[in-house]
Design a protein around this ligand. Structure first.
Ligand code: ATP
Length: 789
């Protein structure tokens, strides 16, 4: 149908002068007339229909009986479509060419402006047209400065002859080769030691080969150590049937490598490795950057990783963070408050570098938050206090640590990773804050387009407060690439879905080779089968692990992805909020969950209608309450939407079969409350923060129990309460055990009929890594610091 419409559009677009062009002209000479007849014969061919045959004012000439050739009529560029404008007519006059190209440029500008206007509308901000003249002037000045700098640099450099240059580069190559040889030897020796100690390697169905390569890169006097860990794991492959299930497709990549050994020269600071850093947080949250700083001047070994909690603590003066109100946070005196806060909110922190720590550095008030400037915390003025995940993670993140944060849906995880990201940017020296030179410094990857847009909005609030203009871009599929490509040139922060970001990496439009702060939001989804390759490619394009601060945030953290996660991180701190020790799932406890076991799936639709009507009748807001209905398949979602509409319900739909424009506007309508009911597939299951969703209805159970937790988590956010109703049929019985566990853990009623389906829980396995979880991130300490003991 789409194709047909396009074809129709093309016909309509044909400008009227095409037929005029074929009309005979009285002013033609005989030979011209012959030519004209010839072209008439060809009249039906595509070529002859091209718009560039100049129209002549034949009729007027005939009427006047004027023998003189009439003035040449200019092509009507305004009525041509873009394709036609792009064609260069035979024998086109120079003036016409300029006019045609001018029209093309005008159209392009218009399109861009339209996009920007639309973007502003979606983001709910005022559209401010770009002042081209000012921009041009600024650009010119910048270029001038650049040129001057370059010239000065060139002057300062000694002039080397070709021969000398060649000799120098050969020397460098040889040094590198020697370093590699040594590293290989060291790795082999290390492997031999590892095999000797850990004779109890798991040998069931998993065989793990681990190759550690230490690459010493020599540059001038600096020797940097880069660790490249490559893990090849073979395991039982469990293929989940996800054939027709809807999700934003992630990967376009056939990438096979995980981490590449790129980046030899540039110093890429991790979040805490910046000069302005002042976050040597005590009690295990000590920054790696600080640890390095303290002993790096004299030695290149940088072997400060062995710091433990028992080391002499650094003085508050040198290590304590400066806070927004000028105080130091929290002092040992706050320990009781911190402990009681941790107990109240069931916070568990595991820091591999301080496994025995008993006191922790939590930020319980926004005023205690380290900030480059007080204005940076202004966006928090609407909130009373940090949420538990924010309170627990900020000090570690500001200290440059890798971190896995697991906290319930709607608990403010976005700000937990976004605030330290912006502080990281703010502390970078100016030369490091030049996206054209360095590329982006922060990358946030999210599984769906809508979530990416939402994260973008939140990050932008913080960057603006920090005085970073145009620092963020949002990259996602389903919309034209050109405007995104433009924004990539000046973005310090890229918020993206994996597929589109990979496309830009492939074509070289995105540069994340110096991104020192990388976040995987909805991390378990990002690491599962569908996105795994794309994530490997993205992380492979960023600096290797010790130079990159890697963060993973989620509300669900199944065993099946932990092994893979550990390969991307260095000694991550793990923070679990209300996360049970046995690794089971926890749904948000403020959501009242009801499971209705239906004997026949054919009654789902009528039951859905009843549920919606009943809610609308009982709620004080009546039909204005937002209700989110989940289906599993795209076609199912479309069918349900149609059904509800036919029954007089104001409803919208969002799923992968719809174009992005429709998806975005439908979601905006729902958010604004103009369409109070939304039918969605799992593209809306994760992360979306829609205010006042009072009820979630699961018409068809999702593929995984994690998705169930995320779906119902669209209600009861930011401390609110919510309601979720789930239809459960015999088809879903494989999930009964895990669903019963989730209900019980949240003190929710478990219907008898559900119990009948059984309580066994099928172990979820990663497609490549199986169900075996062995934390290899922090090699030696791995047995000690299990996240879920
Ligand atoms: N300190 C705070 N106090 C109150 N509300 C907050 C605070 N921080 C964030 N919020 C609000 O909480 C809501 C949920 O935040 P967010 O979307 O980051 O949750 P999330 O934990 O990422 O959820 P999900 O797991 O579903 O992705 C947002 O509306 C946000 O503005």
């Amino acid at each position: 149908m789409g194709k047909k419409r396009k074809a129709d559009e093309a016909d309509d677009d044909m400008p009227t002068f095409i037929s005029q062009a074929n009309a005979p002209s009285a002013s033609k000479t005989e030979s011209e007339d012959k030519k004209s007849k010839k072209s008439k014969k060809k009249g039906t061919s595509k070529k002859s229909l091209k718009p560039w045959i100049p129209a002549t004012n034949g009729d007027a000439a005939t009427a006047d009986g004027d023998a003189e050739a009439p003035p040449r009529e200019k092509p009507d560029h305004a009525s041509m479509n873009t394709w036609q404008l792009k064609q260069k007519p035979e024998g086109e006059k120079k003036g016409d060419k300029y006019a045609r190209q001018k029209e093309l440029r005008r159209r392009k500008r218009e399109e861009k402006e339209k996009f920007e206007r639309y973007k502003a509308e979606v983001e709910g901000r005022e559209y401010v047209p770009v002042d081209k003249k000012k921009e041009k002037k600024e650009k010119k000045e910048k270029n001038k400065e650049k040129k001057k700098d370059k010239e000065e640099k060139q002057k300062a450099q000694p002039v080397l002859s070709k021969k000398e240059k060649k000799k120098l580069s050969q020397q460098r190559r040889e040094k590198k080769k020697a370093a590699r040889r040594e590293a290989k030897k060291a790795a082999e020796a290390a492997e031999a030691v590892t095999n000797g100690e850990g004779g109890e390697e798991e040998t069931t169905e998993v065989t793990t080969t681990r190759v550690e390569e230490v690459v010493e890169v020599v540059k001038g006097d600096v020797v940097e150590k880069m660790e490249v860990v490559e893990e090849a794991v073979t395991a039982t492959v469990v293929v989940e049937d996800k054939m027709d299930v809807d999700s934003d497709d992630s990967s376009s990549s056939d990438d096979s490598s995980s981490d590449s050994d790129e980046e030899e020269d540039d110093e890429i600071p991790k979040a805490a490795d910046t000069p302005a850093k002042s976050n040597g947080v005590s009690n295990g949250a000590k920054s790696k950057g600080n640890a390095k700083d303290s002993n790096s001047d004299s030695s290149s070994s940088g072997d400060s990783e062995s710091d433990s909690a028992s080391d002499t603590p650094k003085s508050n003066e040198s290590t304590a963070p400066t806070t927004a109100n000028g105080t130091v946070s929290p002092t040992p005196a706050d320990n009781t408050a911190v402990s009681s806060y941790m107990t109240t909110h069931s916070i568990k922190i595991t820091d591999p570098e301080a496994p025995d720590a008993t006191s922790f550095n939590l930020i319980l008030n926004f005023s205690d938050l380290p900030a480059v400037d007080e204005s940076h915390i202004a966006p928090f003025s609407a909130y009373k206090a940090p949420t538990p995940i924010q309170a627990a993670s900020w000090s570690y993140l500001l200290a440059g640590k890798d971190l896995i944060g697991v906290a319930e849906t709607g608990s403010g995880k976005t700000m937990a990773f976004a605030y330290p990201a912006v502080q990281y940017l703010s502390k970078l020296p100016k030369s490091e804050r030049n996206p054209k030179k360095t590329g982006a410094k922060v990358v946030v990857v999210s599984p769906t387009r809508e979530l990416a847009m939402q994260i973008y909005e939140q990050v932008e609030v913080l960057t603006k407060a920090a005085g970073l203009k145009d620092a963020v871009t949002c990259i996602y599929g389903g919309v034209p690439k050109d405007p995104q490509r433009e924004t990539l040139k000046k973005a310090l922060v890229i918020v993206a879905t994996p597929g589109r970001l990979n496309d830009f990496l492939e074509e070289g439009a995105a540069n994340i080779s110096q991104a020192g702060y990388v976040v995987l939001d909805e991390a378990d989804r990002m690491l599962d089968k569908g996105f795994e390759d794309a994530i490997k490619t993205i992380l492979g394009a960023t600096p290797a692990t010790p130079k990159r601060q890697t963060l993973m945030f989620t509300a669900t953290w199944p065993q099946s992805v932990r092994q893979l996660a550990s390969t991307f991180m260095t000694k991550p701190v793990r923070i679990g909020i209300n996360s049970p020790d046995d690794g089971d799932l926890r749904a948000n406890t403020r959501i009242a969950q009801t499971v209705e076991v239906l004997s026949d799936s054919r009654i789902k639709e009528s039951r859905l209608l009843n549920v919606i009507h009943a809610h609308q009748r009982s709620s004080p807001a009546g039909k204005n309450d937002r209700i989110l209905v989940f289906a599993l398949y795209k076609k199912e979602a479309a069918r349900l939407e149609g059904f509800l509409r036919a029954k007089g319900i104001k409803v919208g739909g969002i799923h992968g079969d719809l174009n992005q424009h429709t998806r975005t506007t439908t979601l905006a309508e729902f958010k604004a409350g103009r369409t109070p009911v939304l039918v969605a597939t799992d593209v809306a299951a994760r992360g979306l923060d829609i205010p006042n969703v009072k009820l979630v209805v699961n018409v068809t159970f999702p593929l995984t129990i994690e998705d169930y937790v995320h779906r119902i988590g669209r209600t009861g956010r930011a401390g609110e309460v919510g309601k979720a109703i789930t239809f459960f049929t015999e088809h879903d019985k494989a999930h009964s055990g895990s669903l019963i566990n989730v209900l019980k853990a949240a003190n929710q009623p478990v219907p008898e009929e559900l119990m009948k389906f059984g309580t066994t829980v099928k172990k979820k396995e990663h497609a490549s890594y199986g169900a075996f979880y062995r934390d290899t991130t922090d090699a030696k300490a791995a047995t000690k610091i299990k996240f879920d003991e």
